[in-house]
Every structure is written in structure tokens, then in C-alpha cells.
Design a protein around this ligand. Sequence first.
Ligand code: PGA
Length: 250
Amino acid sequence: MRPFLVVGNWKMNGTRESATQLVNEILRGPELPATAEIAICPPFVYLADMARLLNGGTLILGAQNLCAEDNGPYTGEVSGSMLRDAGCRYVIVGHSERRNLYAENDALVARKFMAAQRAGLTPILCVGETLTQRQRGETHAVIMRQLMAVLDAAGIDAFDQAVVAYEPVWAIGTGKTATSAQAQEVHALVRACISAGNARIGGAIRLLYGGSVKASNAAELFQMPDINGGLVGGASLEAYEFIAICKAAI
Ligand code: PGA
């Protein structure tokens, strides 16, 4: 099994000064566990600064989004190769805020996933249902649709160098976490779906849970058999809370 992965998604928060302070606090804080890879995803404009601070150490750099195209007349966009250049290894694709607020559909998410891999980045593909979809009993159908869109476009082998994050939309930034049983159920579904294409890849792929992960609930979530890490929003903006979550990694 690959090491656990804990990813801090800073979203659109902070300043250059607060970002620098946060990274310094994480680097100087209690030792991070060797059993996990730890990544932070700052806003684009702070990536280069953060890369200099991290200086190739144990903390890894990721980005929150990328353009589906490689280069050209796409004003305001940032390509995968630019993110690589800035020192990123990971990039989040298909976050529910991108899907819901910026109308990113399954087809675009699949193109972004493939653009990330063309640039040598590991995509962290987010999937998740809304509260209404869960209440209607559509959770499995929604997750499968979001996952299959990328599997069909990119092919099963692409998942050898990818991460999937299950983030129920109703749990993001709301303080409501899926129970470990609810999360495990969806994670098992995702793993089964990938394993149906390739058992080795399905067994090895890291599946992260995201949605109001905190130091107080991380250990319970992380002990589930198909949860291999976390995608952490709000709690990643506080060094000691984030470190405590990382320490819950198995
Ligand atoms: P949250 O965000 O931890 O603040 O709920 C998670 C995410 O959106 O990735």
C-alpha cells in the first residue's frame, strides 16, 4: 500500500504573509508522521513563494485547479506545465466548488484530469453527492457517474498515477462530517469500480475523504479500510490542527 496522503486545500484564503507563517509553523511544529505524504495546495499566486519555503523537503506542493488546455489563448488560466514549473506534484480536479460555482461538468473534469497527467502532475479527482442527492438515494449513481466520466475518457491505466477524493458536498465547510461508515461505504464503491477495471490499480489507489475533517474526527475516519488519507479545507489553515490531522494518518 502506498503511504497515506493528507492534503491541505487552502481555497481562496490568506495573504503572502499568512501563507508564509502557516508553512513555517508546520515546518517547525511537531514532527510529521513518516507514514504519510503531506501536501498543501495554496492559491496559485503563492505557489512559487511556498515552493521556495518548502525547498524540496517533506511537505509537498499541490494546486487547487488547472486549465484543461496545455497552452495558448486562455486568458486568466494556468496550465499543468506551469504548475509543474512552480514546483507542484499534485493538483485537485473536480472539486465541488469548481463543479457547482464554475459550472465544471464531468467532461471538463475529465479533460483537466488528463491535462494534469500530461504535465506530469498527479490529479486528485474529487467526487461527491449533494444533500438532496443523498436524501433521494442517488449517492451511488452520482459517484459512479462522476468516476466513470473520467475512467471512460482517461482509461483505467491512468488511475495508476491518480488519487480520488470522496467529498460529500453537504459535509464541505459545514462542520457536518460523514460518519466513518458512510464514508467507508462510498470508498468501497469507488475501489470496487476501479478494481473491476484493474485489480492491482484498484487495490493500490489512494482514496481520500474530505468534508469537515478535523483533529477530533480524523483518527476515526482514517482507520476505515478504504480510507487512505484526507483532503482538508478549513482545518488546514491552522498549523497545529493540520499537524494533528496528519498525525492521525495510519
Ligand atoms: P472542509 O473542506 O475541510 O473545510 O470541509 C474540504 C474541501 O473542500 O476540500
